[in-house]
Structures are given as structure tokens and as C-alpha cells.
Design a protein around this ligand. Structure first.
Ligand code: NAD
Ligand code: DAU
Length: 354
């Protein structure tokens, strides 16, 4: 059955990967990409589909009620996939309010617009519609040495970013509990792959190594993240839209726990051995730790495996090679987005080292 997807934040990292994945996989869908085009949004990611009749782009802020309502009035949207967010923890420590505006108020605005467009009676909605909130494992807080986040782990966010995402999740849940709006929430671990803005660990370290800049390690570098290849995440979202039970939360994780220092050394060694023998460990620089830094994230993706048949297909060793090769072969992509207006922020944040 042909479906129309309203994808918000589709010019960002995961959103653009999702649009490319879905258009590659299905002939008979339509995708409307709604993106404000903040520093993190880049239509270049979607150049290969920009003239595809199944795809259209609207530049709008998800907080803009009139603009979002117009989109619902103009098209029979079946699915909302809400990626739009301020997504970087370090930025949230500098400017929490921007995170409240987009991540909380923007999500509530979208929920309201979807409810108004889809409602056919009291707690009754058009057949086959769904609102999918793309959330994060960071809403669960931090783990000690052992254990995993499950869907029933209590919410315990620590940063302004994760607090805003947890708040949004609670509003999504409230629209299910109160109005029976068909929703799903997915909470995934750290994604990596092509088109990730080079403020996040993996693309930052690749870019800085290629440019002989220092590699900033927050604190002791022994924090652990559970790395998920972005294409595997896109597949999980597709499966959740099709088969996720309304009202349910699904955790999506990669079974790839690595320390930050392991990640940094892996990237450095690859570039040293394959691209530029002159780079070495002297680039690694321990800097002040992130405030409120979560020590360890790890997801048990048992529920999504059991209920929807999804599992992470890409081992870290394969995913990191694909990612390294993409960034090395597409250096102008990173150069373009770290030049001009972003240069000053980028240099202030990470320093310039020759
Ligand atoms: P990103 O920062 O790369 O992209 C965010 C996109 O949202 C950009 O295109 C930006 O222009 C757009 N946007 C921001 N504010 C907007 C607004 N007010 N209105 C419309 N568009 C707006 O983020 P990402 O890494 O692709 O993350 C996508 C989603 O997945 C986010 O909701 C994030 O919380 C969640 N998530 C990300 C990860 C990860 O590892 N990257 C992990 C778990 C969850
Ligand atoms: O877990 C999911 C989350 O993963 C998403 O919800 C967020 O949107 C996404 O940004 C990511 O958050 P993290 O804070 O885990 O990712 P980041 O890439 O910023 O940092 C990963 C780890 O690396 C973290 O422990 C901080 C550390 N780090 C990061 C940077 C940018 C460094 O040591 N040095 C750095 O320069």
C-alpha cells in the first residue's frame, strides 16, 4: 500500500540516511522532508533524490504551527517520522533553551497537528496512520560497569539535551494515553555512518586526523557508547512503522560497546596505515571532561528482535571501515560544512592545530 511519509529533520544525519534508504527500498512511497536547515541540515546529502518525483522538500520549523498545518492540509500524510532536533550534547550545555524549543515544543506542535489531521472521531483516527518519535538511549541516563537499558529502565536524563528528549517522549506517551493517537517511540544508541556532522565523535576524529588537528579526549576517554550503524537504524525505523504495536517503545542498539579511546585509536591507526603515515598518537589530547558526562550506554534490543524481528546486522569492524572510507572519499563534504559561518564555532570549540 502506498504511504506518504512526513519526515522532519530529513536534511540531518539520520534523517537523510532514512530518506535514501526508504526511496531505495520502496517504489510506491512519497516522502515530504520538512527541515528548518539549521547548521546541522544539509540538502547536499539528498542531492541524488532531489528531482525524484516521490520526494519533496519544505523548509520549515517544526515549531511553526501554521506551516506544519499547511503541510497536513495539502497532503494525506500517513506517517510522521520525527527526527528534527537539536542533537548535540555539548551545544545543549551551552544553550539549553534552543533544545527546549525544538525538541519539546516542536514535538508537541507536530503531535497536535497530526492529531487534528488524523482524528475522525473521539479517540478514533484514520486507518494506517502513525507518529514515530525518534528518541535516544540517553533518556535512561548512565549505566555502571554492568547491565543494559531496557524499555522499562526509569528515565534519568542528565544533560539538557537528554532532558529535552525525555520530555518529548513523555508528551508522545501522553498523546497515546490521553487521546489514543497511534504512536511509537524508538530509543537508539549512538549512530555512526555517512553524513554525520563532524561535531560528533567519529566524524570529528576522522576529520581532525586527516587535517592534523588535535584529537580531544574528554576526561579519561574510558566512557563507553554502544555504536549502531545508521543503515541498521533506518531498517529498525521502517520495521517499527510497519509492524510496531501502537503505544509501544522499542530500544534499538548495536551490541557494539566500545570506549572512546578505542574508537579514537582505531581511526588514527587506519588513517596512519592507509592514508597518511605522518599522523601519530601525539595528536591525542586529553581535555577537560564534559559536564555531567554519562559513563556508559548499552542497549538490550531484545524486544525489537522478539516482536519485530530486527537485529543489528553490521558489526563494528565493518561499519567503521565503511564510515572511514566514506569520509576519506568525500572530504569536500566535510570541508564545505566546516567552512564559512561554521568555521568560527568549530575552531572555538575544537582549536586549530597544524
Ligand atoms: P542532526 O543534528 O544531524 O539533524 C537534525 C536535523 O533537524 C537537521 O537537519 C536540522 O536542520 C533539523 N532541525 C533542527 N531543528 C529543527 C526545527 N526546529 N525544525 C525543523 N528541522 C529542524 O541529528 P541526527 O543525529 O540525525 O539525529 C536525528 C534524531 O535522532 C534526533 O531526534 C536525535 O535526538 C535522535 N538520535 C540521534 C542519535 C545519534 O547518534 N545521532 C542517537 C539517538 C537518537
Ligand atoms: O546515545 C545516543 C546519543 O548519541 C544521541 O542521542 C545524540 O544525539 C548523539 O549526539 C550521541 O550523543 P553522545 O554524547 O554519546 O555523542 P558524542 O559523539 O557527542 O560523544 C560520544 C562520546 O565521545 C562521549 O562520551 C563524549 C566523547 N567525546 C566527544 C567529542 C565530540 C570526546 O571524548 N571528544 C569529543 O571531541
Amino acid at each position: 500500500m502506498s504511504k506518504t511519509y512526513l519526515v522532519t529533520g530529513g536534511a540531518g544525519f539520520i534523517g537523510s540516511n532514512f530518506i535514501l534508504y526508504m526511496l531505495d527500498r520502496y517504489d510506491d512511497i512519497r516522502i515530504i522532508n520538512v527541515d528548518k536547515l539549521t547548521y546541522a541540515g544539509n540538502l547536499e546529502n539528498l542531492r541524488s533524490v532531489q528531482t525524484d518525483p516521490r520526494y519533496s522538500f519544505v523548509q520549515a520549523d517544526i515549531c511553526d504551527t501554521a506551516a506544519i498545518t499547511r503541510i497536513f492540509e495539502a497532503d494525506d500524510v500517513d506517517y510522521v517520522v520525527n527526527f528534527a532536533a537539536e542533537s548535540h550534547v555539548d551545544r545543549s550545555i551551552l544553550d539549553p533553551e534552543a533544545f527546549v524549543r525544538t525538541n519539546v515544543c516542536g514535538t508537541v506542535n507536530l503531535l497536535n497537528a497530526a492529531k487534528n489531521a488524523w482524528q475522525t472521531g473521539d479517540d478514533v483516527y484514520r486507518d494506517g496512520v502513525k507518529f514515530l518519535q525518534v528518541s535516544t538511549d540517553e533518556v535512561y541516563g548512565s549505566l555502571g560497569k554492568d547491565g543494559f537499558f531496557t524499555e522499562s529502565t526509569p528515565l534519568d536524563p542528565h544533560s539538557p539535551y537528554s532532558s529535552s528528549k525525555a520530555s518529548a517522549d513523555l508528551f508522545v506517551k501522553a498523546y497515546w494515553d490521553t487521546y489514543k493517537l497511534p504512536v511509537n517511540i524508538t530509543r537508539c544508541s549512538n549512530n555512526y555512518g555517512p553524513y554525520q556532522f563532524p561535531e560528533k565523535l567519529i566524524p570529528l576524529i576522522i576529520n581532525n586526523t586527516l587535517n592534523h588537528r588535535s584529537l580531544p579526549v574528554y576526561g579519561d576517554g574510558l566512557q563507553i557508547r554502544d555504536w549502531l550503524y545508521v543503515r541498521d537504524h533506518c531498517k529498525a525505523l521502517d520495521m517499527t512503522l510497519s509492524n510496531g504495536r501502537p503505544g509501544e517503545i522499542y530500544n534499538v542498539g548495536g551490541h557494539n560497546e566500545r570506549t572512546n579511546l578505542f574508537i579514537i585509536n582505531t581511526i588514527l591507526n587506519y588513517i596512519k596505515n592507509n592514508v597518511d603515515p605522518s599522523v601519530d598518537e601525539s595528536l591525542i589530547t586529553h581535555v577537560r571532561d564534559r559536564k555531567g558526562h554519562d559513563r556508559r550506554y548499552a542497549i538490550a534490543p531484545d524486544k525489537i528482535r522478539r516482536d519485530l524481528g530486527w537485529y543489528p546486522e553490521t558489526p563494528f569492524e565493518k561499519g567503521i571501515l565503511l564510515t572511514l572510507e566514506w569520509y576519506i572519499n568525500n572530504r569536500e563534504w566535510t570541508d564545505n560544512i566546516t567552512s564559512g559561518q561554521y568555521r568560527e564555532y568549530y575552531d572555538n570549540m575544537y582549536g586549530v592545530h597544524s
